[in-house]
Design a protein around this ligand. Structure first.
Ligand code: NAP
Length: 249
């Protein structure tokens, strides 16, 4: 059991996949979790499942790429909670394609949803964290942001940007005991990867690059995130943790 004292967390992309597993892992530790996703149905289902299991959660549908919508949501949240102690920026999308064929919209929607969203949430939620002199921010990047991936110029740039943002914020907030870290998943079984996980030929090729020779589970990312958000991880900041079956070593 990790130590969490009366903490409130906000997890973006909590409707499905990795974000849902993170929200559930934090709730099991007694954390109150605000579950954010684009659709009210998906974050609502995660919050309902947490409450049904005896945890504390609420749901909020927000488009994380929309800075004004995020600011409005944060105003509403901070009217109900004195502070959000833990922020997990997990919402993300892919719009893959070789760069010559990549549209402006494929570029900007991936940058805005994956990277600019982290700026919007941090800008609005970090100030109360600085006042309470405790905070945890975890950004869900990707091995694509460490190694680069052909066909994912937009996504690799966004995830590498998240890593730079993580390191800059770690330095900005360190004096207030707010830690900022990134987790870089490899290939994890979620809706985002269904196409190739369920295609034996493609899955075989993908797994050639994974020393542990299997896809990861969302719960394996959630376990790392829960640790980084706990009291025990208070001396870790500005780091990138690959949870990837050994891909990026
Ligand atoms: P997923 O199953 O596709 O779920 C994505 C979640 O993000 C959904 O809940 C979705 O909301 C939410 N979301 C997407 N765009 C949003 C927006 N504009 N506003 C609010 N919420 C939005 O994805 P996943 O595989 O769990 O991935 C989670 C994170 O891990 C992403 O940042 C992804 O890049 C990263 N990652 C994943 C893998 C992998 O192999 N799966 C590998 C490396 C990194 P709705 O439910 O409402 O649609």
């Amino acid at each position: 059991m990790l130590t969490f004292t009366n903490r409130t967390a906000l997890v973006t992309g909590a409707g499905r996949g990795i974000g849902k597993a993170i929200a559930e892992a934090l709730a099991r530790q007694g954390v109150t979790v605000i579950c954010v996703s684009k659709s009210a149905d998906s974050c609502g289902a995660t919050a309902a499942a947490i409450v049904a299991a005896g945890g504390k959660a609420k749901a909020l549908a927000v488009d994380v790429a929309d800075g004004a919508a995020v600011a409005k949501a944060c105003e509403q949240i901070l009217a109900e909670h004195p502070t959000v102690d833990i922020l997990v920026n997990n919402a993300g999308i892919t719009r893959d394609g070789l760069v010559f064929r990549m549209s402006e919209d494929d570029w900007s929607s991936v940058i805005e949803t994956n990277l600019s969203s982290c700026f919007h949430w941090t800008k609005n939620l970090a100030r109360p964290m600085t006042r309470s002199r405790w905070g945890r921010i975890v950004n869900i990047a990707s091995v694509s942001g460490i190694m680069g991936n052909a066909g994912q110029a937009n996504y690799s740039a966004a995830k590498a940007g998240m890593i730079g943002l993580t390191k800059a914020l770690a330095k900005e907030f360190a004096s207030r005991s707010i830690t900022v870290n990134a987790v870089a998943p490899g290939f994890i079984k979620t809706d985002m990867t269904t196409d190739f996980v369920n295609n034996p030929e493609v899955a075989g090729k993908v797994l050639d690059a994974v020393p542990l020779k299997r896809f990861g589970e969302a719960t394996e990312i959630a376990a790392m995130v829960a640790f980084l958000c706990s009291e025990e991880a208070g001396y870790i900041t500005g780091q990138v943790f690959a949870v990837d079956g050994g891909m990026a070593m």
